[in-house]
Ligand binder design. Structure first.
Ligand code: PMP
Length: 449
């Protein structure tokens, strides 16, 4: 249990900064008179340290779609710890990892039958990049070393993921140490496109031609892979225009380039299908996943690869280990057990159908905010949505703080980045709860103007 005893003053301890928090303005937080701490979670609600109930508008960090404190997951954790709490992942395994890989492969697009486990989205992305490099090298095309990412892409914080990612603030402190040979596509969203798209926009697909430019610039024979999030999540739900992903696929196929879909957010149901690949009808060569596979309860991630990629490794030059890569906790028994029960729940409750049924509700509600004078654009797809706010004059990107604080007052835990608020509610939220969430958010926007 967390130490909540009267002799542990967590508020004052937090102010000391012994715990250096990730992706957080630590200085601001330490000075905050209101402690920002959560102490309990159940269903779609958190409870903060001062007892306020907060609706979980982003499913944790896009990772708890089945809600919190699920009794079947709690039971699975307990049973697994008592049965097999750890198994070495090198030259040894356990049945749970194998059977989970099989279930994931069954959910994946046809011909993607091989799963390599990692523990986070960042590790999954770095694994995918290494698979791509290894694949070409085994085929005698070791000159294919370049990676193409995308502006505004987020692929985690490993050196590989950071390099192919396109978020300036995540890169600038480490700039000289990026992975070599990386270039970026332009992202398919421009402020002038801001047109309150419902689902996939019908404009902007021509941005896929940008890949032709990079192929011509670098020569196809030097490019290993293109990596994109099918829907850019962390930078504000940027939805692929109709035809965009299809065109990327075409150009990759024509040039022997692997296409990687980073499905850390979109995988396991958020698009109303197992993966975005199926929602958009475009099959990549590699899919990365994490987050929802274990409902955020135990860290897990991984990559799914095509038979061609796997077989290339398995039939390549004889070597003791075909792919010198892996983690102590790859396919961890606890994560595998939770993964199984998550997939059981998703199947037995027909969760993807539920997401498809809730999508129009979220769409209707969120676009109902269009009349507010501070709103500049709204986008949605699957069970995701984002609302852009007009920047405060002279202070672009400064909206988040006031909106976040007002959200807490209105009973919402909001995900605010710059002038954008993103929504990724739990799949188990009811229609009523989704409508209530947006109604409370309207009050937030009215209060901050
Ligand atoms: N890829 C994508 C698309 C993500 O959204 C994220 C996290 N939001 C990551 C990678 C990194 O995942 P993690 O934080 O688990 O390393």
């Amino acid at each position: 249990m967390v130490d909540m005893s009267s002799n542990f003053d967590s508020v004052n301890e937090a102010r000391k900064g012994t715990y250096w928090q990730p992706f957080t303005s630590n200085r601001l937080l330490r000075a905050d008179p209101e402690p920002r701490m959560l102490t309990k979670a159940e269903g779609i609600y958190y409870t903060s340290i001062n007892g306020t109930r907060l609706l979980d508008t982003l499913s944790g960090l896009w990772c708890t779609p089945l809600g919190h404190a699920h009794p079947r997951i709690a039971e699975a954790v307990k049973t697994q710890v008592e049965t097999l709490d750890f198994a070495p992942s090198f030259q040894m395994t356990h049945p749970g990892a194998i059977s989970l890989a099989e279930r994931i492969a069954e959910m994946a697009p046809e011909g993607m039958n091989h799963v390599f486990f990692a523990n986070s989205g960042s590790e999954s992305v770095d694994t995918a990049l290494k698979v791509a490099l290894g694949f070409h090298r085994i085929k005698g095309e070791g000159n294919r070393f370049r990676m193409i990412g995308r502006e505004r892409g987020y692929h985690g914080v490993g050196f590989g993921g950071m390099s192919v990612g396109g978020i300036v603030s995540n890169r600038k402190m480490f700039a000289p140490c990026m992975m070599p040979g990386v270039d970026h596509l332009r992202h398919p969203y421009e402020p002038e496109y801001a047109a309150f798209s419902h689902g996939q926009p019908t404009w902007g697909a021509e941005r896929a031609e940008d890949l032709q430019r990079l192929v011509a610039l670098h020569d196809a024979s030097t490019i290993a892979a293109v990596i994109v999030e099918p829907v850019q999540g962390s930078t504000g739900v940027l939805v692929p225009p109709v035809g965009y992903l299809e065109r990327l696929r075409e150009i990759c196929t024509q040039n022997g380039i692997l296409l990687i879909f980073d499905e850390v957010i979109t995988g396991f149901g958020r698009m109303g299908a197992p993966f975005a690949a199926q929602r958009f009808g475009v099959k990549p060569d590699i899919i990365t996943f994490a987050k929802a596979v274990t409902n955020g309860v135990v860290p897990m991630g991984g990559v799914i690869v095509t038979d061609e990629i796997y077989n290339t490794f398995m039939t390549g030059p004889e070597s003791a280990i075909e792919f010198c890569h892996g983690y102590t906790y790859s396919g961890h028994p606890l994560a595998a057990a939770v993964g199984h029960v998550v997939l059981d729940i998703m199947e037995s409750e027909d969760i993807f159908a539920r997401v498809r049924a809730l999508e129009p509700v979220l769409e209707e509600e969120v676009h109902g905010l269009k009349d507010l004078p501070c709103v500049s654009d709204i986008r949605n797809i699957g069970l995701t949505a984002a609302v852009d706010m007009k920047p405060i004059e002279g202070k672009p990107g400064a909206r988040w703080s006031a909106v976040f604080e007002e959200g807490l007052r209105q009973g919402l835990l909001l995900r605010c980045t710059g002038d954008t608020v993103s929504f990724g509610p739990p799949f188990v939220a009811s229609e009523q709860e989704l409508r209530g969430m947006i109604a409370s958010f309207r009050k937030v926007l009215e209060a901050v103007g």
